[in-house]
Structure formats: structure tokens, C-alpha cells
Ligand binder design. Structure first.
Ligand code: GAP
Length: 457
């Protein structure tokens, strides 16, 4: 299948089946804005729950946090975002549309590693680079991506603040609180999941680059001398989690980010890239932030953001390893990993081979016929038991069995369970496997252990 065709199919399935809708659609939409429908929000929740369990709950060295989205403007002054969180912007001189200059030049295979805006302007002039619409381009300039807002009734410079562009700073500004209340020993980490906002010049590629998105971030506080060891350890942890949620690991690649391309705070960064249908692009980042953030916030706030080394009786500023994950990019990579089409008897069967622990619906329960009360009653009984045990179990008695299977396949439900007349006599049901379409009879009494094993719970 051609790559743009795959993307179109994923976008269409997402809307048709209630995963992702265009934002503000009844008002004509809002560029780069999407709403996650009933199934999309379940898929998102499963991703976040899995991340939280793996990186926070199942560990003894991690603390969870849910910090504010709107922080004091002083936070962004100290962190360097107010001055340095910029992208290179270039304008089409005819249409006044704005573009990311680096994206335009990269698409034309110019090497722009470490290039300044002046150097990018020069390349555009020297090579007569045009806008995607074929018009002349203006000078490249920097554009701050922080999304501004005003707090309170009076709108002046004092009321101006920003929505956070990363969840990370909420962790750094709570470092002292967590140390004071929990007295953790280094190494320890803080994990947080939440919204982040960036005034992206050109939101694009469906949910890949949005102005509003969710991050799942860890700041792991270490001793400076351990940074290389910890960096490799977190790289492996990230890879392990990616495998557990069912990302196609053949499409995940590591990119060592060059010094010129690293963020202002980073001493080493690896980007995990994914082969999306529109190209190989950043999925996650792993950065060694040194002691940059804690040092800057110490300077900015005057507070001591350090830990006492009990043995040496010395205060020190921990260094930080930061694994950073985007929820939307995970969700899109999962849809790309899971999308399948196969031909059966001249008909195309579409299904999402989502991992059972991530699929929005784990099991769909149906009576063979919905106008037979005895089947419906038995099916409702089984449905109730499974729902109490596994949560995301759905009742489906719409249309004939073939249609139900097609619908459940398209939303990635790993198992469909049907109660038929034999079930009433023999106490067993048909369980159909989404990937193989193979069906087997399973006794009602053993359904819970049967599915527990399938979900490896
Ligand atoms: N705290 C580090 C940080 O924010 P980043 O590479 O700018 O680093 C981390 O962002 C992750 O957030 C990315 O790897 C990506 O998964 C996600 N992300 C960043 N910008 C995004 C956007 N505009 N839309 C969707 N996800 C985005």
C-alpha cells in the first residue's frame, strides 16, 4: 500500500469508528486541532495507564506528580524558554502563509544542521527556494512557540503568562517539595502525564504535530558521575515499554542528536524515531539535561534545590536524565503498527492488530440472535461477569454476526464472544480471535482464567 494511502485510511477509520474527530468540526474545524472520540479516549487512557504502571507504580524509586499547566512566568524566564524556545519561521511573500523554514529546506535535502536563521535565509536566496505554493519566500526569523495567555481582568504585561510547552518544568519547580516531604535518596525520579501547548507554526500530519498535546515525562535525578550508565539504562527501559504496548519495533530507530541540534539544556540526546507513513519522524526523546534546570531555578528563585550527601556531609545538585514521550505520537504509531488489510473470499477485511492490553475494547459479547430472550439473558449474564473482571468489555448486538465481527475487527477488539443455542445446553461459548479469525469453544466457567492468560494479567 502506498504510504499516503495508508495515512488516508487511518484518518478515515479514526473518524468513522470514533477514535479521532477533526476539532471544532461543526464550525468548519480548527487547523491542527483534534478531538479524541469514545474509542480514541479509551486508547489514549490505556497508553497512559500502561506508561504510569510501568514507569511509576511498578517501581520503588519513582514519584508521581500532577502539576499546574499555568506556571509563574518566572519559571519560563529561568528555564530559558521565554528567550530560547523558538523555531525558524519563513513567510510566503504572496499568500502570507507561514512555514517552518527548516522543514522546507530539509524536504529539499539541504543540510541545515546547526544553521542560524541568517544562514537559512542565505540558502533560500542562493538556491531560489520557493514556498510549497511556488511563491518567493521572505527572510527567516525566529518565532517563540510559547502559547501566551492573560490571567485576571486587567490585560497588561504583568498579567501575561504562558501555557506550559513541556510538563518537565512542573517537575523541576516541585523538586524541593518532593525532597522535603519524602526525603528520597538519589537516584530517584518524578513522572508526570499532562497537556503541553506549543504555538506550532505549521501543525501537520494529523495528530503528529499539534498545538495542544499530551506528554508523559520523567525527570530522573542522579549523581553526575552516573550519567552515562543511567542514560543507557533509561534507553533500555524506554525500548522495553515500547515493546509491551505493541509498537512495531522494526519501525523504531535511534538517532543520536548532534550537538548543534540538541535543545539548549541537553548534553546528550537520543531521539527515538518511527517510520510514519509521511516519513521517519521523532517519536520520543531521551535527554541528559545535566544540572541545567535545577541550577537555573536555584538562580531564579533563590531556593536551594539540592540534596545532602549524608556520607560526605555535602550538598550537591543532582543531574537529570529525561525520558520524554508524546501520547498522540504513540497513539498514531500504534495505529500505523496495527493497521492490517487482508482479502478473504474476495472481500477486504480490515483490522487493527492492537495489543490486547492497549485495545480500547478487550472483548465484545453478543447473543447469536437478539430477538431470542433466552440467548440475550445468558449473554447479559456472561457480559456482566466479564465486564466486572476486565472493565473494557462491550455489548454488541447490532446487525448480523458478520457485521459485528467486521466492526470489532476495525476497532481492534482482540476477542469476540458469541452465546448461541449450544451455550444454553452445554455451558460454553464461541470465542473468535481477531488476528486469525479462528474460533474455539470455551466453557463459561473458565472464561476468566482463559482471558487472563490471553491478556497476561
Ligand atoms: N521535556 C522535553 C521535551 O519537551 P521535546 O522533544 O520538545 O522535549 C518531547 O518533546 C516529546 O513530546 C516528543 O518526543 C513528542 O513525542 C512530543 N511532542 C513534542 N511536540 C509535539 C507536538 N507539537 N505535537 C505532538 N507531540 C509533540
Amino acid at each position: 500500500m502506498k504510504t499516503h494511502e495508508l495515512m488516508e485510511k487511518i484518518i478515515s477509520l479514526s473518524k468513522r469508528r470514533g477514535f479521532i474527530y477533526p476539532g471544532s468540526e461543526i464550525y468548519g474545524g480548527l487547523a491542527g486541532s483534534y478531538d479524541f472520540g469514545p474509542l480514541g479516549s479509551m486508547l489514549k487512557k490505556n497508553i497512559k495507564d500502561s506508561w504510569w504502571r510501568f514507569f511509576v507504580e511498578n517501581r520503588t524509586d519513582m514519584y508521581g506528580l500532577d502539576s499546574a499547566i499555568i506556571l509563574s512566568p518566572s519559571v519560563w524566564q529561568a528555564s530559558g524558554h521565554a528567550a530560547g524556545f523558538v523555531d525558524p519561521l519563513v513567510e510566503d511573500l504572496k499568500t502570507n502563509k507561514r512555514y517552518r523554514a527548516d522543514h522546507i529546506l530539509e524536504d529539499l535535502n539541504f543540510d541545515i544542521k546547526g544553521k542560524t536563521v541568517e544562514e537559512m535565509s542565505q540558502i533560500i536566496k542562493d538556491h531560489g527556494v520557493k514556498s510549497p505554493e511556488g511563491n518567493p519566500l521572505g527572510e527567516v526569523r525566529t518565532f517563540n512557540m510559547m502559547l501566551e495567555t492573560q490571567l485576571g481582568a486587567v490585560q497588561d504585561a504583568k498579567s501575561k503568562t504562558f501555557l506550559r510547552p513541556e510538563t518537565a518544568q512542573g517537575i523541576f519547580v516541585n523538586f524541593k517539595n518532593i525532597v522535603d516531604t519524602f526525603s528520597p535518596k538519589v537516584p530517584f525520579g518524578v513522572g508526570q502525564i499532562g497537556k503541553a501547548f506549543r504555538n506550532e507554526i505549521a501543525p501537520k500530519d494529523f495528530i503528529f504535530r499539534g498545538r495542544e498535546f499530551e506528554q508523559m515525562e520523567i525527570e530522573y535525578f542522579i549523581r553526575e558521575e552516573d550519567w552515562e550508565k543511567e542514560f543507557m539504562y533509561w534507553k533500555d527501559e524506554m525500548l522495553e515499554w515500547m515493546g509491551t504496548i505493541g509498537l512495531d519495533m522494526n519501525h523504531v530507530h535511534e538517532l543520536e542528536v548532534s550537538a548543534e541540534d540538541r535543545a539548549h539544556y541537553s548534553k546528550r540526546t537520543i531521539d527515538f524515531e518511527f517510520d510514519y507513513p509521511f516519513g521517519r519522524k521523532e517519536l520520543y526523546g531521551l535527554a541528559y539535561r545535566g544540572s541545567y534546570d535545577l541550577s537555573k531555578h536555584m538562580e531564579g528563585s533563590g531556593e536551594k534545590l539540592q540534596i545532602l550527601d549524608q556520607e560526605k556531609n555535602e550538598w550537591f545538585t543532582p543531574h537529570v536524565i529525561e525520558p520524554s514521550f508524546g501520547v498522540e505520537r504513540t497513539l498514531l504509531a500504534l495505529l500505523v503498527s496495527a493497521y492490517r488489510e487482508e482479502e478473504i473470499d474476495g472481500e477486504v477485511r480490515t483490522y487493527l492488530a492492537l495489543h490486547p492490553n492497549i485495545a480500547p475494547i478487550k472483548i465484545a459479547v453478543s447473543p447469536l440472535l437478539r430477538n431470542k430472550p433466552e440467548l440475550v439473558e445468558k449473554a447479559k449474564e456472561v457480559f456482566g461477569v466479564l465486564k466486572r473482571e476486565f472493565g473494557n468489555v462491550s455489548w454488541d448486538d447490532n446487525g448480523n454476526i458478520g457485521k459485528r465481527y467486521r466492526r470489532q475487527d476495525e476497532i481492534g477488539t482482540p476477542f469476540c464472544l458469541v452465546i448461541d443455542f449450544d451455550s444454553l445446553e452445554k455451558g460454553d461459548v464461541t470465542v473468535r480471535d481477531r488476528n486469525t479469525t479462528h474460533q474455539e469453544r470455551v466453557s463459561i466457567d473458565s472464561l476468566i482464567p482463559y482471558f487472563k492468560e490471553k491478556f497476561s494479567l
